[in-house]
Structures are given as structure tokens and as C-alpha cells.
Design a binder for this molecule. Structure first.
Ligand code: SF4
Length: 276
């Protein structure tokens, strides 16, 4: 089969930066832990574990050494707890995520009720909510936005991996239901590029393969966009999951990957597809 790889796919700036920083930190020769997965890709997390970078779920699980705050950020209470416990911190929060924290904090300080458009319970969203303080809510669908009686002043930000049209729909609804709405499109350029690239690719192919962690928000958004084009879409984490019969009678397949999917996984999937 012919395989066309999307113009933008795979590792983004923030993920590369996080991995490089952690790999450098392993040279210190001291215990190194990441708080939750460093990035939402199980294969990369496993590779890191094989060189001694352990994943912990709570600051309390680390007695000494370095703790890494992941690229999608953490609530500020978590950073404080790590400092109070005397741990050394490697903070690889992506600058784009840090920017959303700042925006949420300043909106809250100006007296706005902060709305975070994003996946409830996702670690990035928890971090943004914490930056906004008590006066903040997550909204994940236009229906949810419609069901709430909003206060007079609402400030809206987005999880960096949201889809622009989805954000716009929610902003429109809230704007009609409040006296003053200030909205900030905080979707990062890497997300936008990957989403746009797959939209351009879809009309040229007979099937789409999305590679990335099932726990990766940006990969799941890519999958949803692919599905919305009505081109048969398959979301996999590794090449082993590909099934030949998915591509019966097909000549051209499109390939994209989430921002936390490394090149070696994309290459392996491409090779396997070309062999079908
Ligand atoms: S997807 Fe965007 S916000 Fe997230 S780590 Fe990559 S560059 Fe940063």
C-alpha cells in the first residue's frame, strides 16, 4: 500500500523538550521519578523506566531525589507539596501550558469566573483549574455550556489540545448567556498544525491510521477529527495492532500521530503498512 504521512505528525516542541530534559537529568546519577507519565505514551514511559526513570502517582511516594513535573503541568498544590517535602524538582511543564495557567490566574484575579474548555479529569485541566483558583469550571461540550446559568463575567481558556471549532461553539453559547465573556484561544500551534494536516490528508486516502497513546488527549482529538471525515479510521499504539483486513481493496492509506508519539513508532507503523 502507498502510505502518505500527514505534514505534521508526532513529537511536538513541548514533548521533545520534556524528554531531552529528563534524559539529561538521568546523567546526575540520582533517583529520578516522574509524577504520573512524563508524556501520554506508554511505550516511551516504558523506555524511560528501563533506564531508571520511575513513575510515581503521588509526591508522597518519593523519599529523596528528583521529581519531574510533566509536560502537561500539575496543580500548584502538587509543586508546593514536593518543595515542602524537600524534593528537587525538574519542571518540564510546556511553556504553552504554563501560558494557559497564567491566563487563567489573571482572569480569576480580575474577577472573572474561569471556564476551562477541556476533558474533565485530564491532568492538564486539573493544573489549569488549580491556577484559576476556586472560581472555575470545566466544560467539555456545548450541551454542558448551555445547561449552566453563567455568572455576569466569564473568562474562557482551553486545554491546549482542544479542537478550534469545538472551542468556538462553546464560546458562542456562553457569550449569549452572560453579560461579559472574554475568551482566549489557548490551543497550541502544534495541536492546530496536526489537526489541520490530517484534514488536508483525509480526502486523498482510503483509510486513516492514528498512532498514539490511548490516554493521549491530543491523539484522541486527532482520531475524532479523522472519524468526522467519514474515512475509515483506526487508532493504534503500535504496529503490532494493525490488521491486514482493515485495508482489503485499499491502495492508499494516510498516517498521522499524536504529539507524544515518537518517530520510531511512526516509522515501524509506516513500514508495516507499506508491506500490506
Ligand atoms: S501539544 Fe502543545 S502544549 Fe502540549 S506539550 Fe506539545 S507543544 Fe506543548
Amino acid at each position: 500500500m502507498k502510505v502518505i504521512v500527514a505534514k505534521h505528525a508526532g513529537f511536538c516542541f513541548g514533548v521533545k523538550r520534556a524528554l531531552d530534559t529528563v534524559l539529561k537529568a538521568t546523567e546526575k546519577g540520582e533517583p529520578l521519578y516522574t509524577l504520573g507519565p512524563l508524556i501520554h505514551n506508554p511505550q516511551v514511559v516504558e523506555k524511560l523506566r528501563s533506564i531508571g526513570v520511575e513513575v510515581v502517582q503521588d509526591v508522597k511516594d518519593v523519599k529523596h531525589g528528583w521529581i519531574v513535573m510533566p509536560s502537561h503541568g500539575v496543580p500548584k498544590e502538587v509543586t508546593k507539596a514536593a518543595k515542602d517535602a524537600g524534593l528537587k524538582i525538574v519542571d518540564v511543564t510546556c511553556p504553552f501550558v504554563a501560558k494557559v495557567h497564567k491566563r487563567a490566574e489573571s482572569l480569576s484575579q480580575m474577577g472573572f469566573h474561569v471556564v476551562v474548555v477541556g476533558d474533565p479529569g485530564h491532568s492538564e485541566v486539573k493544573g489549569i483549574l488549580s491556577a484559576a483558583g476556586e472560581n472555575a469550571t470545566t466544560v467539555s461540550t456545548p450541551e454542558e455550556a448551555n445547561a449552566v446559568e453563567w455568572p455576569e463575567r466569564v473568562g474562557i481558556v482551553a486545554q491546549t489540545t482542544q479542537v478550534e471549532g469545538h472551542l468556538r461553539a462553546i464560546v458562542e453559547i456562553i457569550s449569549k448567556k452572560t453579560a461579559e465573556a472574554q475568551a482566549f484561544d489557548t490551543i497550541c500551534y502544534a495541536t492546530r498544525d496536526r489537526q489541520q494536516a490530517v484534514m488536508e490528508l483525509a480526502p486523498k486516502v482510503e483509510a486513516l491510521v492514528v498512532v498514539g497513546g490511548r490516554n493521549s488527549a491530543n491523539t484522541n482529538r486527532l482520531r475524532e477529527i479523522c472519524e468526522s471525515t467519514n474515512v475509515p479510521t483506526y487508532h493504534i499504539e503500535t504496529a503490532d495492532e494493525l490488521q491486514d483486513e482493515w485495508f482489503d481493496g485499499k491502495q492508499v492509506v494516510g498516517l498521522t500521530a499524536g504529539a507524544s508519539t515518537p518517530d520510531w513508532i511512526i516509522e515501524a507503523v509506516k513500514e508495516r503498512l507499506e508491506g500490506i
